[in-house]
Design a protein around this ligand. Structure first.
Ligand code: SF4
Ligand code: SF4
Length: 430
């Protein structure tokens, strides 16, 4: 694609990056076939190619975002399916990140939109506030029929029962069982510690059982991903810097072999820290080091190269593996999770249209609830066709989005690996 930036524009690092990305697009349109919003809406402007064209115009003209651009960029899930499909290596992720930042800086949204987006950004990444908000949501549920659709969607996503905070989610070092093979830091995360604390508990049990010492670093809270996708770059960079500082201290202190992440959306973000801070002299090296250490829990366990100590409890149980977009498209991890489940003795199935998003996508299922509902129902139907006893996925967002749409329970992959190697049966299966 030809671009027409001035030399002065290209002196800006972000514009130079956007220019390179735009020029790598050859308009072939292969990406349209695997873009969930194009599949649903059939509008070129809701395809990757259409959005790339809209962003090119916006960046070249250095103009404030228009309502049309905002509509089509807001409908993008940032699922990155287009990056998997693109034969030219167009880095859509970095382009749309810039697009969202530009919108946030130049476009004035309607008041209710601003309040909702501010509320999400100030609540979800902070566990104590998020817990309070979910408690309030429980109380507000009887009023749901009188509330606007987006608020109803928020209430529908709130769990009916809130688990207590887990003791593993406080700063500490948890010793390996037997001889120590490796030492890792675990990202505990933000919303996940409130919605599903059993995931970190299962992760710690699995890792320590495999001879891995687990560090929960003081100060590493939210990775910044949620607000990053809302275009709130200052907030996301501040959260990322806090996590980097917490882990760098551990890396220098006792040494770290990896930073283990059990939420694939967070993993995609942390693996991108090196790029995010490339122009920040105080953080560029540290961020690049953290990105290199980052790995999904299934990527880490597969890379350990040890035989899983199977208990036999899970043998033959039918598991349908739902690959989160951030796992397969964001991190390119397609085989590790289902292969580990198979190695653990499960009978693993994968649904049709596995490349398409379930509609979760951070806060998308609240901000774009109608499209998200359509994607959820489509995904749930494909999963149901595989007749699972249980559904596994590697991202809390997919679990929340799909839980009520499925007949079978949905759990995190690591809960099943923990069960198969001597841990308790996942609570959702009881
Ligand atoms: S990120 Fe997903 S929704 Fe957005 S353009 Fe790419 S494929 Fe479509
Ligand atoms: S597949 Fe890649 S090169 Fe082709 S239109 Fe889409 S983004 Fe551009």
């Amino acid at each position: 694609m030809q671009t027409h930036f001035s030399l002065a524009q290209l002196a800006d690092s972000d514009t130079a990056v956007a220019n390179d990305i735009l020029r790598s697009c050859v308009h072939c349109g292969f990406c349209t076939a695997t873009c969930p919003t194009y599949v649903l809406l059939g509008d070129e402007l809701d395809s990757p190619r259409g959005r790339i064209y809209l962003m090119k115009q916006m960046f070249e003209e250095a103009a404030p975002a228009t309502a049309e651009v905002v509509t089509h960029i807001d409908r993008c899930l940032s699922c990155l399916s287009c990056m998997t499909t693109c034969p030219s290596g167009v880095h859509y992720q970095h382009l749309v990140d810039q697009g969202r930042k530009h919108i946030e800086e130049t476009y004035r949204r309607p008041l209710m939109d601003r309040i909702l987006r501010w509320g999400l950004a100030m609540t979800i990444p902070y566990p104590a506030r998020f817990r309070l908000a979910l408690t309030a949501a429980k109380l507000a549920r009887p009023l749901a029929p009188m509330l606007p659709k987006r608020v109803r969607s928020m209430l529908a996503l709130a769990p009916r029962r809130l688990a207590k905070a887990s003791p593993v989610d406080t700063p500490q070092v948890i010793a390996a069982e037997g001889a120590r093979r490796q030492r890792v830091a675990l990202l505990n995360g933000c919303a996940q510690t409130v919605l599903a604390p059993q995931i970190n508990e299962a992760t710690v049990r699995l890792l320590t059982r495999l001879g891995v010492e687990v560090v929960v670093a003081d100060g590493a809270g939210c990775c910044g991903s949620l607000v990053h996708h809302l275009g709130k770059v200052d907030q996301s960079h501040a959260q990322a810097k806090a996590a980097i500082d917490a882990w760098i201290g551990e890396a220098h202190g006792g040494g770290l072999d990896a930073i283990v992440i059990n939420s694939s959306g967070c993993g995609t973000q942390i693996k991108d820290y090196g790029f995010m801070f490339r122009d920040d002299p105080a953080y560029a090296d540290k961020a690049a080091r953290i990105s290199k250490l980052a790995c999904d829990v299934t990527e880490f366990v597969a890379g350990l190269g040890v035989d899983l100590p199977l208990s036999g409890a899970a043998a033959g149980v039918a598991v349908t593996y739902q690959s989160a977009c951030s796992m397969q498209h964001g991190q390119g991890l397609k085989r590790q999770p289902p292969d580990l489940l198979a190695a653990a003795g499960f009978s693993v199935r994968e649904p049709a249209e596995g490349h398409l998003c379930c509609g979760s996508a951070g806060t998308y299922n609240i901000l774009q609830s109608e499209l998200a509902d359509q994607l959820r129902d489509r995904k749930a139907a494909h999963i149901a066709a595989t007749a699972p006893a249980v559904v596994a996925t590697g991202n809390i967002g997919c679990m929340t989005q799909l839980a009520d749409a499925l007949d079978a329970p949905i759990v995190h992959t690591v809960e099943l690996l923990d069960w198969a190697t001597g841990g308790p049966k996942p609570g959702a299966m009881n």
